[in-house]
Design a binder for this molecule. Structure first.
Ligand code: BGP
Length: 489
C-alpha cells in the first residue's frame, strides 16, 4: 500500500491562531482579536463595551455563539488576555516554521490570509502593500522549499471595521468587499498559487467572530450564509477567469454521523442531521440549493432574501474539489434529549475520546471520504485532521507523543484504504496545526496538535522556542515512504 508521488502531504494553519503581529505592517483589527483565552470550563468569549461604558463578554467558542447585546461594540478589556494578538508569533518566525515543515518532506502548506492585513478596514479602495508583501514572502518561501501553497481566503474572520459598518456577512455589501479582496489576491498571487479555499468550515461559522454579525439567530445566520455562497461562487468564477488552471474548494467541518441505534427513527434523524452539513456542500459543489433546503428553512423559521440573478450566480461558480476537516464522529438519536447526550462525545461506546472529549474514529474518515466521493464525483482533499492533546515537553522541548502517532497512523491507514481500495479520488492531506498554535474553540495553547512544540502557555508566557516532537521524525518517514511504512508497523 503506497500513495502516488503526486499525493500532497502537508500541514494547515490559520492566521489568527499563529501569526500575532496584530498591529504590525499596517494590519487592521480582525473580529477574532477580541476573543479571550478560555478553557473547557470557561469557553472563550468576545469582549465588548456598551454605550454607557459597561463592558461584557459574549461566549464565542466553537459550540456557542451568543449574540452581542444591542449597541455593543467589540473592545479590549483591561485584565483580559487576547491570544490572537501575539499568538505564537509566526509573523516573525515564519521562515523557521516553514523550514521545519519542509524538513518533514511536506509538499503542500495550507495557511489563511488575514483579510485585515490586506484591507485593514475591509473597505479601502487600495490594498495595504505591507500585508501583501508579507504573504508574498510566505508563498515564495513555500515554493522555494518545494511546498505548494494552499490558500484559505476567509478563515472564519473579517475586518472589524467592515463588520461594524455593515454587520458583516448579513449585508450584501460584504460580497463586493470580499470580491475586491479576492481580485487583489488573484492579481498578486495568481501565477504562484493553484489551490484556493474560498471559505473555511462554512457549515460551522456563526455569529460575530466568524461572520461579523452581531446576531446569531437563524434568520441572520442563514442569510449571512446565503451571501457567503454568492461570494464564493463569484470568487470561483473570477478566479477561473483570472487564473486559468486554478482549482477552488471550500472547506466543511465534516464529522461522521451515526444513528445511535438501528431504530428507524434514529436512522432518519441521522439523515436529517447529515443534511444540515450537506446543505452547504450541496449548494457550493453543485451550484444550487438542494431540494430539501426549503424544509430546513421552514423548520428553522428562515426566509432567504433572494434577489434577481442569485440562482444564476450560484450556478456559475461551483467548486472544483471538496475539502473537509475531519476530527471525530458523532452519534444521533431521534429523541432530542438523548441526541444532546450522545453529541457530548460520550455517546459511542465503541470509541475512546481525546482529552477534549472528541471521539477518535479513524474508520469514520474512510466512511466520509466515500460518502463525499460518491455524492459529488469530484476530487476530495482532507485539509484538516489531527489530535489536540496535552503534551509534556522535557527540558530540551522534546515530547514523546505516541498518542498522536497512533491517532495519525490509524487515520492515514483508513485514508489510504479509501484511496487505494475504495477508489476515492483524494489528492491531499494537510494535518491541522503542524506547529502548536492557539485553539480555535477554547483559545488555549494547552490543546496542542503539532509535530513541532512551541514553548508558550495559555497566557502567552514562554520563549516561543520551536522544537521537534517524536511525531516529527515519524511523519517524515511516512511521507518518505508515501505511507508504505504504516503497513509494516
Ligand atoms: C477547525 C478550524 C481550525 C482549528 C481546528 C481545531 O474547526 O478550522 O481553525 O482550530 O478546527 O479546533 P480547535 O482549535 O478548537 O481544537
Amino acid at each position: 500500500m503506497q500513495l502516488s508521488k503526486d499525493f500532497l502531504w502537508g500541514g494547515a494553519t490559520a492566521d489568527f491562531q499563529c501569526e500575532g503581529g496584530y498591529d504590525e505592517g499596517g494590519r487592521g483589527l480582525s473580529t477574532h482579536d477580541f476573543e479571550t483565552d478560555g478553557s473547557l470550563e470557561n469557553p472563550r468569549g468576545i469582549t465588548y463595551r456598551m454605550p454607557d461604558g459597561i463592558t461584557g463578554r459574549a461566549r464565542s467558542s466553537f459550540f456557542f455563539h451568543d449574540p452581542l447585546p444591542e449597541g455593543a461594540v467589540p473592545c479590549f478589556v483591561e485584565g483580559e488576555y487576547y491570544p490572537a494578538l501575539q499568538a505564537i508569533d509566526h509573523y516573525h518566525h515564519w521562515e523557521e516554521d516553514l523550514e521545519l515543515l519542509a524538513g518533514m518532506g511536506m509538499n503542500v502548506y495550507r495557511f489563511s490570509i488575514c483579510w485585515s492585513r490586506v484591507y485593514p478596514t475591509g473597505m479601502e479602495e487600495e490594498p495595504n502593500e505591507a500585508g501583501l508583501a508579507f504573504y508574498e514572502k510566505i508563498i515564495d518561501k513555500c515554493i522555494e522549499l518545494g511546498m505548494q501553497p494552499l490558500v484559505t481566503i476567509h478563515h472564519d474572520e473579517l475586518p472589524v471595521e467592515l463588520a461594524e459598518a455593515v454587520d458583516g456577512w448579513s449585508s450584501r455589501d460584504t460580497i463586493d468587499y470580499y470580491l475586491r479582496y479576492c481580485k487583489t489576491l488573484f492579481e498578486r498571487f495568481g501565477g504562484k498559487v493553484k489551490y484556493w479555499l474560498t471559505f473555511n468550515e462554512i457549515n460551522a461559522v456563526r455569529g460575530y467572530s466568524s461572520c461579523g454579525t452581531h446576531n446569531s439567530d437563524n434568520q441572520t445566520h442563514y442569510n449571512a450564509v446565503h451571501n457567503m455562497f454568492l461570494a464564493s461562487a463569484k470568487a470561483v468564477k473570477l478566479g477561473h477567469e483570472m487564473m486559468p488552471g486554478s482549482q477552488f474548494g471550500a472547506m466543511y467541518a465534516f464529522s461522521a454521523f451515526y444513528p445511535a441505534t438501528c431504530k428507524p427513527e434514529d436512522v432518519f434523524a441521522q439523515m436529517q442531521k447529515r443534511r444540515q452539513a450537506f446543505y452547504f456542500i450541496d449548494t457550493m459543489a453543485r451550484g444550487h440549493y438542494p431540494a430539501y433546503a426549503p424544509e430546513i428553512w421552514r423548520e428553522k423559521g428562515v426566509e432567504i432574501k433572494w434577489e434577481d440573478g442569485d440562482e444564476e450566480t450560484l450556478a456559475a461558480g461551483p467548486l472544483d474539489f471538496v475539502s473537509i476537516s475531519y476530527y471525530r464522529s458523532n452519534t444521533i438519536a431521534a429523541d432530542s434529549a438523548a441526541a444532546k447526550e450522545v453529541m457530548g462525545g460520550e455517546g459511542n461506546p465503541y470509541l475512546t475520546n481525546t482529552p477534549w472529549g472528541w471521539p477518535i474514529d479513524p474508520l469514520g474518515l474512510r466512511y466520509v471520504l466515500n460518502e463525499l466521493a460518491d455524492r459529488y464525483e469530484k476530487p476530495v482533499f482532507v485539509v484538516e485532521n489531527g489530535m489536540g492533546a496535552i503534551d509534556e515537553a522535557d527540558e530540551d522541548g522534546y515530547v514523546e507523543d505516541d498518542y498522536r502517532i497512533a491517532y495519525l497512523r490509524d487515520h492515514f491507514k483508513c485514508m489510504m484504504q479509501a484511496i487505494l481500495e475504495d477508489g476515492v479520488d483524494c489528492f491531499g492531506y494537510t494535518m491541522w496545526g503542524p506547529f502548536d498554535l492557539v485553539s480555535l474553540s477554547t483559545g488555549e495553547m494547552a490543546k496542542r496538535y503539532g509535530f513541532i512544540y512551541v514553548d508558550m502557555d495559555d497566557k502567552g508566557n514562554g520563549t516561543l522556542r520551536r522544537t521537534t516532537k517524536k511525531s516529527y521524525d515519524w511523519m517524515k518517514h511516512v511521507i518518505e515512504t508515501r505511507g508504505a511504512c504504516l503497513w509494516e508497523e
